[in-house]
Design a protein around this ligand. Structure first.
Ligand SMILES: Nc1ncnc2c1ncn2[C@@H]1O[C@H](COP(=O)(O)OP(=O)(O)O)[C@@H](O)[C@H]1O
Ligand SMILES: [Mg+2]
Length: 1156
């Protein structure tokens, strides 16, 4: 950290401070005393730290971090770490540091991050325009290669499990997507390039503690492109396959995937290779881990077979490959027992079976195999000796054979893939992708770690040089004045390891060539040689370990196995055995060595060979434009969303990211083209926009205005020193903040105004709604009130109507009763009258008829007597006068008289009929008084009798001597018999007429009786009704009496009340008078008045001025009240009251006025 930055740390500054658990923790400076800083950390601790361990924190850093580390205001370790952590939290796994891509392993599939749409997005997009992405790096490499015809290499590094292989696959996918050709064949170059991955992974990857699919070899894939930018070929170079894993694995790791895949192959293949459960094989059962979570070995086996098909491996070749794999498994199960002396023999039948199987699968002689495993041929100058190996030696020999076979098989596969894909000799552009293990430091670090760390030292040097060179080139290009920037150069470490002669590898080779040397002699040699080397440390308490100070830290190596592992040779017995195999594939894996080779180089050093390979790789890389991807493993638990600061910090250091940052910071870390600078900072000097400045001058103007020093102005760019960009940004932020405030205030005003308007509008709406609601409610109320009034009205009307009808009905009833009574009375009277009339009529009729009968009898008798007399006289006359003519005249006279009598009878009959009708009329309406009727009847009867008497008198008068003549004539004209006959006839006629009359009269009497009965019934019914009505009216009358009695009682109590009141009032008056008398004894006027009062009225009258009369009615006289009696009483009372009042008014008017 620069001195200037440290100077800025004062109390209140936000800082990062080193922390053991979190690497860095943020806090606020409380106090600074010289170099000691007191800090309040964010987890509320107070700590003290040295000023050198404190780093300023950018409090205004964006919440989501920045996508390029060079944009961080304070470019230091905690800043970088915090930025990565912040981005990782929001699943932004990629971040640039210039053109280096830092990729943090998400340990989870991120949706759509690698799909075709994403690829299209990055196609041709300028670098840095879109979010950082592995596709952006691939696209940049592809564009540079295609446009500038420059080869590129992408170096993917990081520790095991950090995501190198996945990143490499993404790069290859992207390049295959845009550089591939549409081919219907299905075996295109790019497809083969992609399909090489599963095959190489099956044979070169294994589950380790750090990664379930760890590549146990380094890989550099060269993808060649033709002039059209299409993939035309590819070459795969592999480095340092971890051979020891074939024979030795530790729990919970696994051997190479291919062994497990084969054990999960279809049954027929298992049967063919006599395989079974992986647990039954020594090379697999050293660890208890056999299966991988989420991975199906059976499926992967088929996928590998498919990939092999695509890569052009024949079925025969594929069978041979898996046969060799199966043979290695069987080989591992051959155990040895101690034989005679120091020799060893195959342990048991099972081992013999596996030996047989191995020989069978490798198609070699089983005895030769047994010999090759248990015996060694020693060639001395004198003779060739065959020496037996002890069981341990035999086991080492067995494992050596297994490792050699596997390594040869892997190399064959790589060669085969390269041949299949094919090289394009005409291609002059390539993109190389390096997927190689990162720097490693374990508890035990052996030869492999040594080689791996050498590789990383080499790559780091390449990286440093490149980054530095790029900076330097930039400065030179821009012709700025710059002094040499120091950067950590690891050339000294590289010299320590690979210098020839004198480097560690050279010394190792030397040691290997001396048969007597051991790892201890080798270590001693190292200690001696590098005693004073600052990169070499001899650890205490060890005899053979040594420590190298690598760029990424110190690593202590155990030299025990260095010599063995460095020796790269195949035991001749093994070589001979397998080159003699009947299987051409196996034989081809072990081609016979030429005689020269055998003789010339007895020893081949793996270290040297690897060094050579590495040099070739570096040459390739140096000939290309490198791009770097640094993969970071966020935690060792391989879990998503966990960010272990310390581990990541360590990886960033190892990966050279911080070194690159340091290099940048040492020079001019921020470069901006003039236009970019103006775009960003012209806001700091707005006046320049008004004047017509050149871009360069405008930049100078701004920088001068900001009073910055130490910056450089290049030809096209402004170069700023560390922190200056941050300062400019800070000033810019202030200006922007001011502007933002103005904008915000305006916007807020607008929003508030809008909000206010909206609220106003809403309130108006609410008010109108409320008013509407109230109006509606009021309307409803009015409606209800009107309805209530209507209902009341109707109800009242109904009640009144009911009352009215009740009264009316009562009145009608009363009337009815009264009328009924009158009618009954009338009816009774009429009935009596009618009965009387009937009786009279009957009596009259009876009297008349008996009189008539008597009269007739008398008449007949008289007539008969008369006729007899007449006849006697006639006879005598006849005797005296015998003239016939006189007799005839006498007969005719007699006939005439007979006719006259007959007429009289008829008239009498008619009279009788009239009489009856009159009687009937008198019976029915009873309008005619019976008296009258009787008079009439009597008159008629009298008349009739008069008539009869008159007729009789007439007849008698006729019968007198004046009438003697006709009689005598008659008596003379008719004979006696004839007269008797006539008389008889007459009697009969009379009888018949009588009978007829009686019948008719009887009928009429019957009818009258019936009518009388009906009338009687009706009158009885009416009587009954009348009685009921009378009863009801009686009841009502009683009720009325009761009510009126109550009214009277009320009146009585009212009167009493009034009486009481008057008494009280008189008392009051007395009191007032007495009080007046007592209080105003000195007032003669009052006394005067008092005396006046006593003068004018006596004491009783004065007291009763307000006294109401006592009730006048008693219960005795009340009981005999009459309707309106109450009214009378009330009137009486009021009259009394009025009288009293008048009296009082007259007498006490003045006194009353005085009191009130
Ligand atoms: N970009 C990625 N997205 C999702 N998972 C990833 C990604 N990179 C790595 N991984 C996970 O991390 C594991 C280890 O990655 P790998 O590339 O094999 O590591 P390395 O090659 O560095 O040892 C993978 O098996 C995969 O589960
Ligand atoms: Mg890998």
């Amino acid at each position: 950290m620069s001195q200037e930055t440290q100077e800025n740390i004062v109390a209140g500054t936000h800082i990062w401070v080193e922390d053991q658990e979190l690497a860095f923790i943020d806090g606020i400076v409380v106090d600074v005393v010289e170099q000691e800083v007191e800090i309040q950390t964010s987890d509320a601790r107070t700590i003290f730290a040295n000023l050198s361990k404190v780093y300023p924190k950018d409090v205004e850093a964006p919440a989501g971090g920045v996508d390029d580390m060079t944009k961080i205001s304070y470019l230091h370790e905690p800043g970088v770490l915090h930025n990565l952590a912040t981005r990782y939290e929001i699943n932004e796994i990629y971040t640039y540091t210039g053109n280096i891509l830092i990729a943090v392993n998400p340990f989870q599939g991120l949706s759509n991050l690698y799909d075709a749409y994403m690829m299209e997005q990055y196609k041709g997009a300028p670098f840095g325009k879109l979010r950082p992405h592995v596709f952006a790096i691939a696209d940049f490499a592809y564009r540079t290669m295609f446009n500038e015809k420059k080869s590129n290499s992408i170096l993917v590094s990081g520790e095991s499990g950090s995501g190198k292989t996945e990143t490499t696959k993404m790069l290859m996918r992207y390049l295959a997507y845009f550089g591939g050709r549409a081919s219907a064949e299905g075996r295109t170059v790019e497809q083969q390039v992609l399909e090489s991955n599963p095959v190489l992974e099956a044979f070169g990857n294994a589950k380790t503690v750090k990664n379930n699919n760890s590549s146990r070899f380094g890989k550099f894939v060269e993808i060649q492109f033709d002039k059209q930018g299409k993939i035309s070929g590819a070459a795969i170079r592999t480095y340092l396959l971890e051979r020891s894993r074939v024979c030795q694995i530790s729990d919970p790791e696994r051997n190479y995937h291919c062994f497990y895949l084969l054990c999960a192959a279809p049954p027929e293949e298992i049967e063919r290779y006599k395989l079974g459960n992986p647990k039954s094989f020594h090379y697999l059962n050293q660890s208890k881990c056999y299966e991988l979570v989420g991975v199906s070995d059976a499926n992967d086996y088929l996928a590998t077979r498919r990939a092999m098909d695509i890569l052009g491996m024949s079925k025969k070749e594929q069978d041979a490959i898996f046969r060799v794999v199966a043979a290695i498994l069987h080989l591992g199960n051959i155990d040895f027992a101690k034989g005679d002396e120091d020799s060893s023999v195959i342990k048991d039948d099972e081992s013999k079976f596996h030996l047989k199987m191995t020989a069978e699968l490798l198609m070699c002689d089983p005895h030769a195999l047994e010999d090759a495993l248990c015996k060694r041929v020693m060639i001395t100058r004198e003779e060739i000796i065959k020496k037996s190996l002890d069981p341990l030696g035999a086991t080492v020999s067995r494992d050596g054979l297994a490792k050699t076979i596997y390594a040869r098989l892997f190399d064959w596969l790589v060669d085969k893939i390269n041949i299949s894909i094919g090289q394009d000799p005409r291609s002059n552009c390539l993109i190389g992708i390096l997927d190689i293990y990162g720097f490693e430091s374990f508890e035990t670090n052996s030869f492999e770690q040594f080689c791996i760390n050498l590789t990383n030292e080499k790559l780091q040097q390449h990286f440093n040089q490149h980054v530095f060179k790029m900076e330097q080139n930039e400065y030179s290009k821009e012709e700025i004045d710059w002094s040499y920037v120091e950067f950590i150069d690891n050339q000294d470490v590289l010299d320590l390891i690979e210098k020839k002669p004198g480097g560690i590898i050279a010394l190792l080779d030397e040691a290997c060539m001396f048969p007597k040397s051991s790892h201890e002699t080798f270590a001693q040699k190292l200690y001696q040689t590098f005693k004073d080397h600052k990169r070499f440390i001899k650890p205490k308490l060890t005899r053979s370990d040594f420590t190298i100070v690598h760029y990424a830290g110190e690593v202590q190596y155990q030299s025990d196995l260095f010599l063995d592992k460095n020796k790269d040779y195949v035991v001749p017995e093994h070589q001979n055995l397998l080159s003699a195999s009947n299987c051409s594939f196996v034989a081809a894996l072990f081609p016979p060595l030429s005689v020269e080779t055998t003789k010339s180089s007895k020893f081949s050093s793996i270290g040297s060979r690897f060094k050579l390979q590495l040099q070739q790789l570096m040459d390739t890389l140096n000939s290309t434009e490198p791009l770097y991807i640094r993969c970071v493993k966020p935690n060792n638990l391989l879990k998503p969303a966990l960010f272990d600061n310390i581990s990541v910090m360590q990886q960033l250091r190892s990966g050279g990211v911080l070194e690159a940052i340091r290099i940048k910071c040492a020079g001019y870390p921020a470069h901006r083209t003039f236009s970019e600078f103006l775009d960003r900072f012209s806001i700091l000097a707005p006046e320049i926009l008004k004047q017509n400045y050149e871009e360069k001058d405008a930049c100078k103007w701004i920088l001068a205005k900001m009073e910055l020093t130490g910056y450089q102005i290049g030809k096209t760019k402004v170069f700023l020193r560390a922190g200056q960009l941050a300062e400019l940004d800070a000033r810019r932020t202030v200006v922007l903040g001011g502007s933002a405030k103005v904008i915000q205030s305006q916007v807020r005003t607008l929003i508030t105004q809008k909000h206010y308007n909206a609220i106003c509008c809403a309130s108006v709406h609410i008010q109108s709604f409320c008013r509407g609601e109230l109006a509606r409610q009021y309307y409803t109320y009015l409606k209800r009130a009107t309805a209530a009034v209507k209902i009341q009205k109707n109800l009242r009307r109904l009640v009144s109507r009911k009352d009215y009808f009740n009264v009316k009905a009562a009145a009608i009833l009363l009337q009815t009763c009264l009328r009924t009574m009158a009618a009954q009375r009338e009816f009774r009277y009429r009935r009596h009258a009618r009965a009387a009339v009937i009786i009279q009529a009957r009596w009259g009729s009876h009297r008349a008829s008996s009189y008539y009968k008597k009269l007739r009898t008398a008449l007949v008798f008289t007539q008969s007597r008369w006729r007899g007399i007449t006849a006697q006289r006639e006879v005598r006359k006849l005797k005296m006068t015998d003239t016939k003519e006189a007799k005839g005249e006498e007969i005719s006279d007699l006939w005439d008289s007979h006719q006259a009598v007959q007429c009289e009878v008829d008239e009498l009959n008619a009279l009788h009929i009239k009489e009856r009708e009159a009687a009937q009329e008198a019976n029915e309406p009873c309008t005619m008084t019976s008296k009258t009727l009787i008079d009439v009847q009597e008159a008629e009867v009298e008349n009739h009798s008069n008539q009869t008497e008159f007729q009789l008198s007439v007849k008698e008068s006729e019968g007198t001597p004046d009438a003697n003549e006709p009689c005598s004539t008659y008596k003379t004209s008719i004979s006696v018999e004839e007269a008797e006959k006539i008389e008889t006839l007459m009697t009969e006629v009379e009888k018949m007429k009588e009978a007829e009359k009686i019948g008719t009269l009887t009928e009429e009497v019957e009818k009258l009786k019936a009518l009388l009965r009906a009338e009687t019934r009706r009158s009885e019914y009416a009587e009954r009704q009348c009685l009921e009505a009378w009863e009801v009216s009686e009841k009502r009358l009683k009720k009325l009496e009761e009510t009126e009695r109550r009214v009277y009682q009320l009146q009585d109590s009212l009167n009493r009340l009034l009486f009481c009141m008057s008494e009280q009032f008189s008392q009051l008056k007395t009191i007032l008078r007495s009080s007046l008398t007592s209080t105003s004894s000195s007032r003669p006027i009052i006394r005067e008045e008092h005396s006046d009062t006593s003068d004018n009225s006596d004491a009783s009258s004065s007291d009763s001025d307000f006294t109401f009369p006592a009730p006048v009615l008693t219960s005795a006289n009340f009981s005999s009240y009459k309707p309106n009696a109450l009214q009378l009483i009330v009137q009486d009372l009021s009259a009394t009251e009025i009288t009293g009042c008048e009296k009082w008014d007259k007498g006490k008017e003045a006194a009353f006025d005085d009191y009130f």
